[in-house]
Design a protein around this ligand. Sequence first.
Ligand code: GLN
Length: 275
Amino acid sequence: NITIGVLALQGAFSEHIQLLRLASASLSTSSKFSFVEVRTPAELSKCAGLVIPGGESTAMSLVAARSGLLEPLRDFVKVHRRPTWGTCAGLILLAESANRTKKGGQELIGGLDVRVNRNHFGRQQESFQAQLNLPFLEDSKATSKDAPYRCVFIRAPVVEKVLPHKKGEQSEEAGRDETVVAPSKKPVDGLAEAELEAEVEVMATLSLRNPNLQKNQEHEHAGAEDIIAVRQGNVFGCSFHPELTEDPRIHAWWLGEVLKAVERRQDFELADRTK
Ligand code: GLN
């Protein structure tokens, strides 16, 4: 049994749990998942993987700090290297660097060597949806690939820069920024060490030339090609809110990735024991 947590401090956590349940039912695997809300370090410690939902990253970070969860979250992502997926505000928290907004900055969890620009597309009323063909879903056997995915962007961030790979060390870029990410500790096992070597992969971009974007969805802030999904080893983040659709394909894809990570960890443990 594999326990997947959803950080339930603020934001769209119950929507994630619903879609994770739907997605796991669609997976043809003997492994059974269970899904739990995470509000305390004790609850986090039972999880093999974690989802951080969309919402408001400053609020989430403040509540996490107050609940004594920030350090355990950083250890979960960056020391134990458990599979972690952040959507929208979750992506912001998983970045090593983020800009301040008028309301201020926040403490980040980190894990992705990227800098995000919060509220990249502007305000609430400039939120939009786009039907996109997501390359990682097309490669995936677990999902049907024919239909585009409805991506919901609400005061969404984008990845404005991929930072130099720092293999768990504090980057100068993060230091110069006003956000604080604790320096990482040593990886705990073979898999964590391997994940540390992983580079940032761009998983999806949004092009304003996309024919599925309607005229009124164009944004003065948008670039020609904005990065809206990235992965680095165990950490995956996207700008949009898959939890606000009824489409379980990204959740199914991610659960498939979690299964692979769990198997890889078992392989490393076996190799350690037979050394
Ligand atoms: N812009 C929000 C933030 O800075 C994120 C928006 C969202 O998750 N929908 O946290």
